[in-house]
Design a protein around this ligand. Structure first.
Ligand code: KIV
Ligand code: ZN
Length: 516
């Protein structure tokens, strides 16, 4: 069967989701997972947009070898040089250049005519080819571009050296049949596409909820690359969801007659990782990875599934790596069994990460009778975020209840191992804890959001607290996990403060570097 390339843009278009900023270690973590999953191309960022993006693309390009690593670039010489520099050390590197082509963008955004747009696109593709043989060109807003002009610019781009032509539905305006026809039309009209083995690519946004349907229709029309993101995160309503595209192609291969290289058993862990690190929750009824995606509530359905699973289940949850939710390990379980379970759950951890998570697991197993897969996933997710720990919670005492003024005594350990202690009162126990942490760290931040949930079942379940803080106009997330919800609250707050500190330090370093 012919294969469709999966181009993942979680780290570029996905990171453009409001509030989804990722740090460099987090981006690397996601890139490693995407590579292990079999993603063909990873769009790692937009190098000219910031020093952070440049460094992320460069770091990912230097480490990832199995997937092609791509940097985005506008059609300007300095953008292309920056993207070329960022992918310089890649085993397989791509530059993705784009220029708007629709009338509305030509007239109002670029204020340029068709000829000039063709010229700057061609010049840019030629310049990008000096860095790599793998150049992708996107006529931005392609789905609203006159077909004739799309033919002209596609032809010119291929002549200039583009090897992939991506036709974005930038504003999520396309409808499936019409979008698919753009692909079949270009293939029929431009023999150069077949002669040079050019790959046509779909890139769809979900403004009308049709991103996945449009992408699949493009595949029917001849697209052999689909651009998508984990959990469908992205600009505005998001991009086409990778997990939906991959599972549609797999489950309905009888219809689409194409496949992808993706190891679908890593989908669920990828979804959890992206949701944890970006702070963007997955809706319960989300296809493939939502909590209810494989839950059967109606009695008739449950009866059917028990008699023969396929009566109501078109996919086996195991094919997307959803754990069975069984009781797995206890306090007598050793490192080996723990490691095997982590791998079965779809995670790849370094020895150091594994050791850290194992220690946490042991202390959890001491507190909690039954350790579920969900508990282990939460520990691994927490581990993924701890890379930048500056302040550590060394002690917490809280008094609260009726007719008592809530009071918290907090002890923190800093990176040098020194401990500091302070106490504070508050409107409630969480408020008291947060006031004490603010006094100790000297960081005054506004709490924008506070959410708590039980990770698994039972009254001894771990509580997961997710918070969002605002500090000097910057929004920052944090997540804490503990069988004690007040401790989880403190840990969530500290995780956010640590994140804030590490991002600020990094920016300070970068500014010094630029100034030099
Ligand atoms: O949606 C879009 O048009 C894009 C381009 C940069 C490909 O993201
Ligand atoms: Zn996009």
């Amino acid at each position: 069967m012919e294969s469709v390339r999966i181009f993942d843009t979680t780290l570029r278009d996905g990171e453009q989701s409001p509030g989804a900023t990722l740090t460099l270690p987090e981006k690397l973590e996601i890139a490693r997972h995407l590579e292990a999953m079999g993603v063909d191309i990873i769009e790692a960022g937009f190098p000219i947009s910031s020093q952070g993006d440049f460094e992320s693309v460069r770091a990912i390009a230097s480490e990832i070898t199995a997937s092609t690593v791509c940097g985005l670039s506008r059609c300007t010489p300095k953008d292309i040089d920056r993207a070329g520099e960022a992918i310089k050390h890649a085993a397989k590197g791509r530059i993705h250049v784009f220029c708007a082509t629709s009338k509305i963008h030509r007239d109002h955004k670029l204020r340029k005519g068709k000829e000039e747009i063709v010229k700057i696109s061609v010049d840019s593709i030629r310049q990008a080819r000096q860095y790599t043989d793998d150049v992708e060109f996107s006529p931005e807003d392609a789905s609203r571009t006159e077909l004739e002009f799309l033919e002209d610019i596609t032809h010119a781009a291929i002549e200039a050296g583009a090897t992939t032509i991506n036709l974005p539905d930038t504003v999520g305006y396309a409808t499936p049949k019409a979008y698919g026809e753009i692909f079949s039309h270009l293939i029929a009209k431009l023999p150069i596409i077949r002669e040079r083995g050019i790959i046509l690519s779909a890139h769809c946004h979900d403004d009308l909820g049709m991103a996945v349907a449009n992408s699949l229709s493009a595949v029917e029309g001849g697209a052999r690359q689909v651009e998508c993101t984990i959990n469908g995160i992205g600009e505005r309503a998001g991009n086409a969801a990778l997990e939906e595209i991959v599972m549609a192609l797999r489950t309905r291969s009888d219809y689409y007659k194409v496949t992808s290289r993706i190891d679908s058993t890593r989908i669920y862990s990828a979804s959890r990782m992206v949701s944890t690190l970006t702070g963007l929750a997955v809706q319960r009824n989300k296809a493939i990875v939502g909590e209810n995606a494989f839950a059967h509530e109606a009695g008739i359905h449950q009866d059917g599934v028990l008699k023969y699973r396929e009566t109501y289940e078109i996919m086996d949850p195991a094919t997307v790596g959803i754990p069975k939710g069984t009781l797995v390990l206890g306090k007598h379980s050793g490192r080996h069994a723990f490691r095997d379970r982590v791998i079965q759950l779809g995670y790849t951890l370094t020895d150091e990460q594994l050791e850290h998570t194992f220690t946490k697991f042991k202390s959890l197993a001491d507190k909690k009778k039954e350790v579920f897969d969900e508990d282990i996933e939460a520990l691994v997710d927490e581990q993924l975020e701890v890379a930048t720990g500056l302040w550590e919670l060394a002690g917490l005492q809280v008094t609260s209840g009726s007719n008592t003024i809530p009071t918290a005594t907090v002890t923190l350990r800093d990176a040098t191992g020194q401990t500091v202690q302070d106490a504070s009162i508050g409107d409630g126990p969480v408020d008291a804890i947060y006031s004490a942490i603010q006094r100790l760290t000297g960081i005054q931040a506004t709490l924008l959001d506070y959410r708590i949930r039980a990770v698994s079942k039972g009254k001894d379940a771990q509580g997961e607290v997710q918070i969002e803080l605002e500090h000097n106009g910057r929004k920052i997330r944090g997540r804490g996990l503990s069988t004690d919800i007040l401790e989880a609250s403190a840990l969530g707050y500290l995780a956010a403060i640590n994140r804030l500190r590490s991002i600020s330090n990094r920016e300070r370093l970068v500014t010094q570097h630029v100034a030099i």
